[in-house]
Design a protein around this ligand. Structure first.
Ligand code: SAH
Ligand code: SF4
Length: 432
């Protein structure tokens, strides 16, 4: 039996996709790259921005034919948009077999089994006649040398533009022992790099025998896991980037020189209305301290343009903050009101043409900084974790492809010779 998992959304949703696949892989499903080849599709939806939600909904629409060709096929829609739009999806697309919202993710395996167990049995029987392996184009859900570990769910913040708290609920932390056990298990199976995930990942805390373990302490302990070469985490909230975290990053060898600091805006006035709990000055101060503690750290960011009431001056402040922060990667978004959020009650008063113009000016600036960072690496030798096929990433988050690949899972020294489509190109250099 063949399974296709598709995610429209961020890295966090991609990791959820692996989890959403697990009850099916437990039943013997194997991964295929093409929906057309699949007996079951799990669609993992994100609702943070209107755009991702629209893409998911139109994908469900396109699956009508897939389902009609063979009604034995199973379609599961999960994730944030499923939480928000569940009944509507079920009504609009009656051929969807199961809709499971993001808040139910802990119960997801049971829900799937109860709703679809009998269907899977029938499917397994029907498929026995075929030798599916010949059709399989295995994708694998993750490269085994890099793995994700979700350490918290939900969010206790209430950023005025954001729908996450309402679709994912309050923060829930995975216990310390569980996190460590999952990390060790993944490292035991060959993972060299672990990315810890959560909406405000650095607000995680746990305990051991009643003693509190903070997020920085978790990082320090991951620094002592045998065989774990690289640790990343996403997405930290800038408010919780404190001295202790900066110290843990600077002193723990396997923490990668990379941090995602979602700015959203450079205007203190807007940051206040967005309820972000920091201002531009504190971001610059924290970044300066991070750069002192961790030489060569690269910063990436998220920015929203066209938030209600954003003036030219507010926007200039955003450009100014970006110029000073110099993120190597930026994810930029046009504001879209999300139902039920605080800002949906404000007038969406920045005209579309102005949003477009600001977005393109911002992108020009951010793209220039990315190109500069890429160009600065030409001629250098970088450490790359080989994820297979001559592809991997540097510790500071750049994608690299090179010729003369060695077996996956090894760290290779690659001499960068150029860049193409924002990927560093290079060759292995044994003299390095
Ligand atoms: N938890 C993370 C971000 C989660 S959402 C954090 O606190 O930063 C990912 C990104 O989507 C956000 O950083 C923001 O830039 C963008 N985003 C969220 N809601 C949005 C909206 N209503 N309109 C436009 N962009 C939005
Ligand atoms: Fe949304 Fe803010 Fe929570 Fe991030 S911190 S998920 S932007 S409410």
């Amino acid at each position: 039996m063949r399974l296709h998992v598709v995610t429209f959304g961020c890295q966090m949703s991609v990791a959820d996709g692996e989890e959403l696949a697990s009850p099916l892989t437990g039943r013997g499903f194997t991964a295929v790259a093409e929906p057309a080849d699949a007996d079951a599709i799990v669609l993992n939806t994100c609702t943070v921005r209107q755009h991702a939600e629209d893409k998911a909904v139109s994908f469900i629409g396109r699956l009508r034919d897939w389902k009609e060709k063979d009604p034995g096929r199973v379609l599961i829609v999960a994730g944030c948009a499923a939480e928000r739009l569940g009944p509507w999806i079920q009504k609009r697309f009656p051929y969807v077999d199961l809709v499971v919202g993001a808040k139910s993710i802990e119960d997801y395996p049971r829900i799937v089994e109860e709703a679809l167990g009998a269907r899977f049995d029938a499917l397994a029987e029907a498929r026995q006649a075929f030798p599916p392996e010949t059709l399989d184009k295995p994708t694998g859900w993750a490269s085994p040398c890099t793995a994700f570990v979700t350490i918290m769910r939900g969010c206790n913040y209430s950023c005025s533009y954001c729908i996450v708290p309402s679709v994912r609920g309050r923060e829930l932390y995975r216990p310390y022992e569980t996190v460590m056990a999952e990390v060790r298990e993944k490292v035991g199976r060959g993972a060299k790099e672990i990315t810890l995930l959560g909406q405000t990942v650095n607000s995680w805390n746990g305990n051991e025998g009643g003693a509190r373990i903070s997020f920085p302490e978790l990082l320090r302990r991951l620094g002592r896991v045998e065989g774990l070469e690289r640790v990343r985490f996403e997405s930290p909230h800038p408010h919780f980037v404190n001295d202790d975290l900066i110290d843990a990053m600077g002193t723990t060898k396997n923490i990668c020189e990379q941090i995602h600091l979602p700015l959203q805006s450079g205007s203190d006035r807007l940051l206040k209305i967005m309820r972000r709990n920091y201002d531009a000055g504190s971001i610059l101060d924290k970044t300066a301290r991070l750069r002192r503690a961790m030489h060569d750290i690269e910063v990436s960011t998220d920015i929203i343009v066209g938030f209600p009431s954003e003036t030219d001056e507010d926007f200039e402040r955003t450009l100014d903050l970006v110029r000073r922060l110099r993120p190597s990667w930026s994810y930029t978004f046009k504001y879209s009101p999300r139902e039920g959020t605080e800002s949906a009650g404000m007038t969406d008063d920045v005209p579309e043409a102005v949003k477009e113009e600001r977005l393109s000016r911002l992108n020009a600036l951010c793209d220039g900084l990315t190109e500069e960072a890429l160009a600065a690496r030409i001629g250098k030798v970088v450490d790359v974790l080989d994820e297979g096929g001559g592809f991997g990433r540097t510790r500071d988050g750049f994608k690299v492809s090179w010729t003369g690949s060695r077996p996956a899972g090894r760290t290779v020294k690659v001499r960068v010779t150029g860049t193409s489509k924002r990927i560093l190109k290079g060759e292995t250099d044994d003299r390095a």
